[in-house]
Design a protein around this ligand. Sequence first.
Ligand code: 2M8
Length: 462
Amino acid sequence: MTAQRRHRCGKEVGVRLAARAAYVLRSNSNSADTATKASPELYPHQWSWDAAFNAIGLASVDLPRARTELDSLFAGQWLSGMVPHIVFDPSAGGYIPGPDRWACARVSPDAPAGVLTSGICQPPVHAIAVARLWEHAEALGPDERVRTLVWIRALYPKLLAWHDYLAQQRRHRETGLIEIFHGWESGTDNSPRWDIPYSRVQVGDDLPPYVRRDTGLVAEPSQRPTDEDYDRYLWLVEEAKRAGYDTARLRPTASFRAGDVLFTAIFASADESLARIADDLGEPQAAVLRGRAAQSRGTVLRCCDPETGLAADVDLRTGEWLRTETIAGFAPLVAGGAPPHLRHRLVEQLLGPRWAGHPRLRWPLPPSTSPFSPAFDRRSYWRGPVWPVMTWLLTLALRREGEIAAAEKLTAAGLDQLGDGTFAEYYDPFSGEPCGSLCQSWTASAALDWLLADPDVPVQAE
Ligand code: 2M8
């Protein structure tokens, strides 16, 4: 690493925080140093969208290791093209539901040989990460440039297969939204976004027993989803397993089916990144990918409330709009290309009193659910706390959309929040207390990217 960096929170503080973030991220590597645990104890395996965010964090300090992160994840890709939401480390254990419970290879011919995975997916941040790695490689000079280009060429067909899987098997025909069969697929597990669809999930009498471990690994069990939530989560795994993790078989029987607007927005942005990659590689799919990204953006715009601009999800079992005020409402910013009046409205909302401008906040950062929502719960997981990785995603989107002042504001506040060096999974928005897991990898990655990433400033010695 060189000393030349842009620091947004004072040079000394920035250097110390970056060093600590790099330490956390590297300490969370598995024993083979090929994949990053989402967190040391609570999540001792590799999660799909975490891996993408972590590759971005790693790219600031160790580009080859960042490439390996994504290679390890894609080693678990299914024959259908799906990238599973967890790739298990067989030597780690300690997570419920583990690979035996998912039993992927037993029930699906699409499961990868020799790699233990889950049977559902998460938002496709991966092509966005690859584009970011490419920016780093370009700044590092010819050697890393060539190595990274060779790597991207090998990964490209896998990314394409993943995106095609989503477009062909997960795009809901009528709404155009990406269809999910489990709140875990949204990545925002117990968010009030999903309260209505979850209220309809009837847990079967034959749900095999299980013992939770997660509640013992956080300061207060109430920071995690409830036991009732967990029964439903495990029941939905049973349903998916009984359908062989095959979406065509699952759709008619699934008791949870939602059109996820944030997933769709991330897909739009990722297709756009993949199109740029296709251009750089001289591959012929760029126009198709751009067309598909435009289609996804159009879908997201159709989900927007005309007054607030916030986007809504859809319960696909009933056709009902799900309009809870959660951070997913800012999906049009993530998707990109929103008309200027809508973009301004959303930025105004984001920084206004219902969100990052709420007077009780410890730091001016958007909570996962608006404190004005009746569903807001300041310490319960995705129901209220501030998630640094979400702040980071918004800063990326705002910068890309030219909303630099807003991006800089959130970045500065985001770094202040992480100043205690705990790199928590999420934070109580009012007291600022760290919650959930400490040393969460993607939180450290967010800090690293905020502190170190500047494509114009080389941060690694060649
Ligand atoms: C959380 O989800 C897992 C289930 O996938 C869990 O609670 O056990 C979510 O925050 C999810 O978005 C994240 O990818 C995962 C690992 O950080 O943890």
